[in-house]
Design a binder for this molecule. Structure first.
Ligand code: PLP
Length: 464
């Protein structure tokens, strides 16, 4: 594999390092149509049909465009129930990159979490991380334990320019382990830190967490969904690692942990899939026993042979330096253009998404009227863009109260891998800037239907 791209010094434009072989039409809609669709959807974009969306930035998970090599592998796949050749190819790729002895396939990331925590966590225990992702937290709580976030203070400040806002606060972790070591079945670290804005974790920080866990004797697991993006940020931003090959950084990072959970829907460049890795023979045995109950036989674990093939190829493509240069640059490009137009975002731009600070964008809408959701609806009405609120709709309320506010009111624009071109992103910027100019006209929302759990998926609203 070639090593990091040094763009031609006199060219500012970093091109998409791929060309298009198959196209998927986008259905064009008018503002009047979108206004009607928004009303019918109860101002909740999760309930829209995808065909009614022009640019879909709802998530980067499972939405990647696969390469010609991945499609070729899909056709070559072996769909045998047991001992499929595709499993061995998948296992070899995961072992090569992740460096752990046991590879346990699951249908997606949360299934990996459910199985790992089901075999390690007991009621009353505590599992620390920088920031737990929603499904990680939910699976820990389902096992009766407490999920604790110990990200550094800068990681909670949208305007902080710290290069590694996903870092674990090692001093707080040490204090927790000193006080409650017997209650900590494992320590997690999410790379990159999705719930904290897609911000990376420094290699130095991963080394420190690893050394502390080994000294204390507590297993250390990575939530490795965006391991390649994290390795690239280390390569770019960490002075001691600058210029070191990204694949080498990723391999060191993944080996510093005792194991990982992985959603292959992110840096597996696949549309579904996941896995767990570990070197612990007894734990692997327990997890395989549970796997058979809920996911499937240990050589497919809830995936088809074709998914195993797509991931085996995709993991290498995610580490390609030209791809990573384009990935980081194109996400940063969206962030920089929004900032230049005055649109407030979480800084610096993360790896997979840009987060608009809705509280700052529309201070006239108080948290109980959901400023983030107002921006989400505004972006759809203006440009047919689907984004997601990460604020008081998602994290506020509870106990049938819509009054409690979240800590931040954000709108996430997640970038699917290899799907959109620069002109799509220019269009997003144009629509967002138009919305920004008319931000005073945005109206708050009233929640008229609140489901009992995970309300953001199916809640319905009216405009105030
Ligand atoms: C950091 C992180 N962990 C875990 C998951 C869960 O993965 P999946 O959606 O494949 O279940 C996600 C998904 O978005 C994630 O971003």
């Amino acid at each position: 594999m070639s090593e990091p791209t040094v763009p031609e010094p006199h060219y500012r434009t970093i091109i998409e390092p791929h060309r298009i072989k198959v196209v998927e039409p986008i259905r064009m809609t008018t503002r009047a149509e979108r206004t009607a669709l928004l009303g019918r959807a109860g101002f909740n974009l999760f309930t829209l049909a995808a065909d009614d969306v022009l640019i879909d930035l709802l998530t980067d998970s499972g939405t990647a465009a696969m390469s010609a090599e991945q499609w070729a592998a899909v056709v070559r796949a072996d769909e045998s129930y047991a001992g499929s050749r595709s499993f061995f190819r998948f296992e070899a790729a995961v072992k090569d990159i992740f460096g752990h002895q046991h590879v346990i396939p699951t249908h997606q990331g949360r299934a990996a979490e459910r199985i790992l925590f089901g075999c390690t966590v007991r009621p009353g225990q505590v599992v620390p991380s920088n920031n737990h992702f929603d499904t990680t937290r939910a699976n820990i709580e389902f096992a009766g334990a407490e999920a604790v976030d110990l990200v550094i203070a800068e990681g909670r400040v949208p305007s902080s320019q710290h290069p590694f806002k996903g870092n674990m606060d090692v001093a707080r972790l040490e204090a927790l382990l000193a006080a409650r070591k017997a209650d900590v079945p494992l320590v997690m670290l999410t790379v990159t830190n999705n719930s904290g804005g897609g911000q990376p974790v420094a290699l130095e920080n991963i080394r420190a967490v690893s050394a502390l866990c080994r000294r204390v004797g507590v297993p250390f697991f990575l939530d490795a969904c965006r391991f390649a993006e994290n390795a690239f940020f280390i390569h770019q931003r960490e002075p001691a690692e600058r210029g070191r090959p990204v694949g080498e950084i990723a391999r060191e990072m993944l080996r510093l942990a005792d194991g990982c959970t992985m959603s292959a829907k992110k840096d597996g460049m696949a549309n579904t899939g996941g896995f767990i890795v570990t070197d612990d023979d007894a734990l692997a045995q327990r997890m395989r026993n549970l796997l058979i109950l809920t996911e499937g036989f240990p050589t497919y674990g809830g995936m088809a042979g074709r998914d195993l093939e797509a991931i085996a190829q995709g993991l290498y493509e995610a580490l390609d330096p030209d791809y990573l240069t384009y990935r980081a640059r194109s996400t940063a490009y969206l962030g920089e253009r929004l900032l230049a137009a005055g649109v407030p975002i979480v800084e610096p731009p993360g790896g997979h998404a840009i987060y608009i600070d809705a509280a700052q964008l529309c201070p006239h809408i108080p948290p109980p009227q959901f400023p983030g959701q107002a921006v989400v609806c505004g972006l759809y009405r203006t440009g047919g863009i689907r984004s997601v609120e990460i604020g008081s709709v998602m994290f506020g309320g509870g106990q049938n109260s819509s009054a409690a506010a979240a800590r931040l009111e954000l709108v996430r624009l997640a970038i699917p891998r290899r799907v959109y071109t620069q002109s799509h992103i220019d269009y997003v910027v144009e629509a967002a800037v138009e919305l920004f100019a008319q931000r005073n006209k945005l109206r708050g929302l009233r929640m008229v239907y609140e489901p009992p759990v995970l309300r953001h998926f199916t809640a319905r609203f009216e405009e105030i």
